[in-house]
Design a protein around this ligand. Structure first.
Ligand SMILES: Cc1cc2nc3c(=O)[nH]c(=O)nc-3n(C[C@H](O)[C@H](O)[C@H](O)COP(=O)(O)OP(=O)(O)OC[C@H]3O[C@@H](n4cnc5c(N)ncnc54)[C@H](O)[C@@H]3O)c2cc1C
Length: 470
């Protein structure tokens, strides 16, 4: 068979690629192995956030007395009902992507694709020749081989939401974004949770001051053992998990040590380009092209930015660059943005602090444990740090663990994307009383250290000497 474009993987990257490919041709094939629901909708972003919402709703009972509302002691979380709701929502979210084979007819193939070269691919025993190939095979949870002996007592996010009930003691190994989100949610639902990680960081936090603020908050809700790899052994009916100075007997263990690109047996070695230790080729982030081949590599599988909006962008870029009339040079990438849906939420925008080495930077900080609006909501906690170039005052990045970080980080992403200086942002209106005033405190702290700063938030009124906001 001969076609113009083949897309491998019908996840968020593959489906985004499909939309763009269809702008230039209907002569395509979309090949997908396994379910067609996408990782995001079936086992990723959506069910995890549905679980977190239930957990946070139940956790709210602990604040009610403080608000003057009594009677919350009688509330209990019905875990099977919570999980049923998660699956019901999940079933709705997967409806769209699952309908692709019906919509595309024989242009959609269920099967595992394997490259035979830069312009040939095999699926279900058929060989297909293509002008362009877009690879978007996604990633899968990492489970160490020796853990297989524990059978179904090892859960991953592929199986967690399928459980009809959960036992009382859960160890979560891996305290990155997904591990922290799930561990805190399960703890907030009333389960006894212990979190383990070989590293000393949690939630992927880069800035030590943000980490120092976040760690005790998460530690207050669960046992936390950081700084040593977790070791698992049988202990009667339990799994004993040993970590740094901690031993925890668990009924089940959630493996959250990261995700591995689905490249085993994808045939990348047939492309004739160098592969790194993990079996991945080098990919240009603005073209997603592998070398100068007509092969493009998008989404989680390339390991560049394994996030939903990035996967969708990468599918889009790959398809644009795979088009016969591809734009010169590639497409630009957006300002990096990551959010962890913990409480308080963790977010990072722009460059991580540890990558700002080339810049002479100044930093501003705001303590959200005293932030007025957050105190009213009983959510006051955490810090927000912003960083700018000392000479120009241009904002470079921010990291935070604060309530509603999902919104504050979007605001900062917009500012960074627009190349705004700290002056520019402070000239925007800030309503009262809002969480954004906490962001403004960090920006004012930052502005004090930028020599070029004019001395007033109302930058356009400088001639009048308007200093009302100082
Ligand atoms: C628990 C969890 C929570 C998450 N939360 C968030 C979040 O809050 N925000 C966020 O931005 N991101 C989140 N993510 C990450 C996000 O889900 C992924 O970045 C995104 O789904 C990746 O999309 P993709 O298209 O690269 O891969 P996928 O959606 O995994 O699609 C890849 C498809 O390719 C198929 N495939 C693999 N190999 C082959 C082959 N050889 N032949 C044919 N088909 C193949 C796979 O079966 C799969 O269907 C989360 C992930 C998890 C697991």
């Amino acid at each position: 068979m001969k076609v113009d474009t083949v897309i491998v993987g019908s996840g968020s990257a593959g489906l985004s690629a499909l939309r763009e490919v269809r702008r230039y041709t209907e002569d395509f094939l979309l090949i997908n192995d396994g379910h067609w629901g996408t990782t995001c909708a079936a086992v990723g972003c959506m069910p995890s956030k549905a679980l977190i919402e239930a957990a946070n709703a139940f956790h709210r009972r602990l604040d009610l007395n403080e608000f003057g509302i009594s009677g919350a002691d009688g509330l209990h979380a019905d875990i099977p009902a919570v999980l049923r709701r998660v699956r019901k929502m999940r079933d709705d979210f997967v409806e769209g992507p699952k309908s692709m084979p019906d919509k595309l007819g024989d242009r959609a193939i269920t099967g595992r694709a394997r490259l035979l070269g830069p312009d040939r691919i095999e699926v279900n025993g058929d060989e297909i020749e293509a002008r362009a190939i877009i690879l978007a095979p996604g990633s899968s949870p990492v489970v160490p081989g020796p853990w297989e002996k524990f059978g179904d007592r090892i859960l991953t996010t592929d199986t967690l939401f399928e459980q009809t009930d959960l036992p009382p003691r859960i160890a979560v190994v891996g305290m990155g974004a997904i591990g922290v989100e799930m561990a805190q949610a399960l703890a907030r639902l009333g389960l006894n949770v212990a979190g383990f990680d070989a590293a000393n960081e949690v939630a992927g936090i880069d800035d030590a001051r943000v980490l120092n603020a976040f760690r005790p908050l998460i530690e207050a809700e669960m046992t936390l053992a950081l700084g040593a790899p977790a070791d698992l052994e049988e202990a009667g009916a339990s799994i004993r998990v040993k970590g740094h100075s901690t031993s925890f007997d668990a009924d089940v263990v959630l493996a959250a040590m990261g995700r591995r690109p689905n490249v085993d047996d994808l045939g990348l070695e047939t492309l004739g380009v160098p592969l790194d230790d993990t079996g991945l080729p080098e990919v240009d982030p603005v073209t997603l092209r592998i070398g100068d081949l007509p092969v493009f590599f998008a989404g989680d599988a390339n390991g560049y930015r394994p996030l939903l909006h990035e996967a969708a962008d990468e599918g889009h870029i790959a398809a644009r660059m795979a088009a016969p009339e591809a734009p010169e040079g590639g497409l630009c990438r957006r300002t990096p943005l990551t959010i962890v849906f913990s409480a308080p939420q963790v977010a990072r925008v722009g460059l991580p602090l540890s990558d700002m080495g080339d810049h002479d930077i100044v930093s501003g900080c705001a303590d959200f444990s005293t932030q007025g609006r957050a105190r009213m909501a009983q959510t006051a906690a955490g810090v927000l740090r912003v960083h700018a170039d000392r000479e120009t005052g241009r904002l470079l990045g921010a990291e935070m663990c604060v309530p509603s970080a999902e919104h504050l980080s979007h605001l900062l992403a917009l500012a960074i994307e627009q190349e705004m200086t700290v002056d520019d942002i402070l000239a925007m209106p800030f309503y009262h009383p809002v969480l954004e005033e906490g962001l403004r405190s960090a920006l004012r702290d930052l502005a004090k250290q930028v020599p070029a700063k004019g001395g007033s938030d109302l930058s356009s009124c400088k001639e009048l000497g308007h200093d009302a906001l100082e």
